[in-house]
Write a protein that binds this ligand. Structure first.
Ligand code: XLS
Ligand code: MG
Length: 344
């Protein structure tokens, strides 16, 4: 049993450093320049929002959208890169201020549906069958603003319409409990998988688990991954790190808690993650303090640390580990793991 790991990130992971309290601090890197960086940084796959792939798609016809996506496919091929997934960006347009599929205005819900279908068209042109859905504004600031039963059914109905639109696609839900909303619908892996049961084809609904999102939900990311693996539903991961319950930090993988990161690597490796073509996504953000020339280190560093933790996990004496478990000597197991991680 061993995973097979190839790495991916999205163009948004190289960015200008703006945050809610201050403007950009680095110059923009052109999309083409970002594509040139992928292989150099050790990455073979590209994750895309619909408008990363086709900028200004709201102003384009269906035909123009597919033509633009086909151009991008050529550029990816030339770079030896593969599109892992496409995700509709349902949180920036004025029509999605109050959410997409759970928006209280039917005209805005129709916009979200249309946008989700365009995302599927783009995915098809890029040669990927995977759609990721992060439910950014599907939630409330005040509970009374929406009805949670209705909202759940609205999201399920939207998923069904996406599945029916293209019988080939699979949808990986990326659960997150909050931010930008006070409380989001579908906050955890369990919710996402259960939501699938309300759709026309539960076999095509899985998850993309982001470490920081699980931590924000007060959960252990490796256990969330194990739960999804047990259901055959772990179709992507967004590894990163998070220092407790605050804004979504998207820190470099393992930068806060090495052991928590180790356990994510370990559960993926022990259960053959990647063997069916799944990618290891690193949804990490450069610190605002990084200067331009050093603003991609978070990506290569995260990958390097993943591979180092993989080596450590694979080098462990599994029979010794099993003996400690059989003896119920978890203190000894704890020391063994700590030694393995601190290298002594
Ligand atoms: C935001 C999410 C987002 C998704 C893709 O918190 O991590 O970047 O990964 O839509
Ligand atoms: Mg993410």
């Amino acid at each position: 049993m061993a995973g097979d790991f190839r790495f991916t990130f999205g163009p948004w992971n190289i960015h200008e450093g703006a945050d809610p309290f201050g403007p950009t601090v680095r110059s923009s890197v052109a999309f083409g320049t970002k594509l040139d960086l992928y292989k150099k940084l050790g990455f073979d796959g590209v994750q895309l929002h619909d408008d990363d792939a086709v900028p200004d798609l709201n102003d384009l016809s269906a035909k123009q959208i597919v033509a633009a996506a086909s151009e991008l496919k050529k550029a990816l091929d030339e770079h030896g890169l593969v599109a892992e997934f496409v995700a509709p960006r349902l949180w920036e347009d004025p029509r999605t201020i109050d959410g997409g599929f759970t928006n209280n205005d039917p005209a805005n819900r129709a916009y979200a549906m249309d946008r989700a279908k365009k995302t599927i068209d783009i995915a098809r042109a890029l040669g990927t069958k995977l759609i990721v859905l992060w439910f950014a504004r599907e939630g409330t600031y005040f509970r009374e603003a929406k009805d949670s039963r209705t909202a759940t059914l609205q999201i399920a109905e939207a998923l069904t319409r996406m599945l029916d639109y293209d019988p080939q696609i699979k949808i990986a839900i990326e659960p997150k409990p909050n931010e930008p909303m006070d409380v989001n619908y579908i906050p955890t892996t369990g919710h996402a998988i259960a939501l699938g049961a309300l759709t026309s084809d539960p076999s095509r609904i899985g998850v993309n688990i982001e470490s920081a999102h699980a931590i924000l939900a007060g959960l252990d990311p490796s256990d969330e991954m194990g739960f999804a693996l047990a259901h055959g539903k772990l179709w992507s991961v967004h590894l990163n790190d998070q220092n407790g319950l605050k804004f979504d930090e998207d820190k470099s993988f393992a930068s806060v808690d090495i052991r928590r990161a180790f356990n994510q690597v370990r559960v993926l490796d022990r259960h053959d993650y990647g063997k069916n073509g799944e990618w290891v996504g690193l949804d990490v953000k450069a610190l605002r303090t990084q200067k331009d020339a050093a603003a991609t280190k978070h990506l290569s560093n995260s990958r390097e640390v993943f591979l180092r933790l993989l080596e450590i996990s694979r080098a462990m004496d599994e029979s010794a580990v099993q003996a400690m478990i059989a003896e119920r000597d978890y203190e000894e197991l704890d020391l063994y793991i700590t030694h393995a991680l601190i290298g002594g």
